[in-house]
Write a protein that binds this ligand. Structure first.
Ligand SMILES: [Fe+2]
Ligand SMILES: [Fe+2]
Length: 295
């Protein structure tokens, strides 16, 4: 199979099982390719893009099994969009280096693992994929992804970057409610997402003009109203951006970034949960007292 055929398979096959087909380790020669920008993916009826608002449950409600399932449904949707959009990028930017293409394929394989983990766990909570409408948050931005650098700035540095915060926030929230198993899934995914952001950073760094910082370059690749606010969670773990290879300019720039939406975030949904400025790592999974320590 050629990489472009595989990418089309992920985008144009209807079933989830097809979208979960892992990438091959060997690929046929591609030949000359023209950029192909697929407008939207083919999906089953239950997973069509929806404009209906389905709110993510509040953290304080994660003591309820159904709220856990619905939360993971949101995350599963993000993983599905990530799989599709890395496939989309393979077709939209056929001229990028082999190492970037291989990086995208590795990311796809990991997003597929994430999606499987979420699906399994949410099924155990009684929620099936497509039980609630799915938004198309990431797909809405493809018109801005005119170059591979802009693609990376939006998908990797912004959405996957924000996920570094959210995976930590939710790991803590699930632990708070005693759900160690789901917290572990969040931490496993966090570790992979650090690698994904790193791949985005590599693409960004190659494009930085001399005397400019990674933060300035990132800012130049995205435009209002798509702002850096979307690159962080309502609790910001700056250290995770350092882990991904971003500079202090970026870490601090993002920390202090504000726009007119910043103060509209409602933190009341946290209830009693106090998010701690401590990053949970894979090594913490070996510690049976993890849950108790986090309380
Ligand atoms: Fe992921
Ligand atoms: Fe990712």
């Amino acid at each position: 199979m050629k990489i472009s055929e595989y990418a089309k398979h992920l985008l144009l096959s209807e079933s989830i099982e097809d979208k979960l087909l892992p990438p091959s380790t060997t690929w046929e020669e591609e030949g000359d390719l023209l950029p192909l920008r697929i407008e939207k993916p083919i999906r089953s009826k239950q997973l069509q893009f929806s404009d209906k608002k389905s709110k993510i449950p509040r953290l304080e409600h994660l003591n309820q099994i159904s709220a856990r399932g619905l939360t993971l449904h949101h995350f599963a949707n993000h993983e599905l969009m990530a799989i599709e959009l890395f496939a989309w990028a393979l077709l939209a930017f056929p001229d990028v280096s082999r190492s970037i293409r291989m990086g995208f394929l590795k990311t796809i394989a990991e997003e597929q693992t994430h999606l499987r983990m979420y699906l399994e766990r949410m099924h155990s909570f009684g929620i099936g994929f497509g039980d609630i409408p799915v938004n198309y948050l990431f797909w809405k931005q493809t018109y801005r992804m005119t170059t591979v650098e802009r693609f990376s700035a939006i998908l990797s540095l912004t959405f996957e970057g924000a996920n570094l915060d959210y995976s930590q926030i939710y790991a803590q929230a699930f632990l708070y409610h005693g759900d160690v198993e789901t917290a572990e899934i969040m931490i496993r995914i966090f570790e992979d997402e650090v690698k994904h952001v790193k791949r985005g950073v590599q693409i960004l760094k190659k494009s930085i003009p001399t005397e400019q910082t990674d933060w300035e370059q990132y800012r130049s690749l995205i435009e209002y109203p798509f702002t850096p606010r979307r690159a962080k969670g309502y609790f910001y773990f700056g250290e995770t951006r350092r882990m991904s290879g971003l500079s202090e300019h970026f870490v601090n720039g993002l920390d202090s970034y504000r726009d007119e939406y910043t103060d509209r975030i409602n933190l009341n949904g946290l209830g009693q949960i106090k998010i701690k400025d401590r990053i949970l790592r894979k090594t913490d999974l070996q510690n049976p007292n993890l849950y108790l320590q986090m309380l």
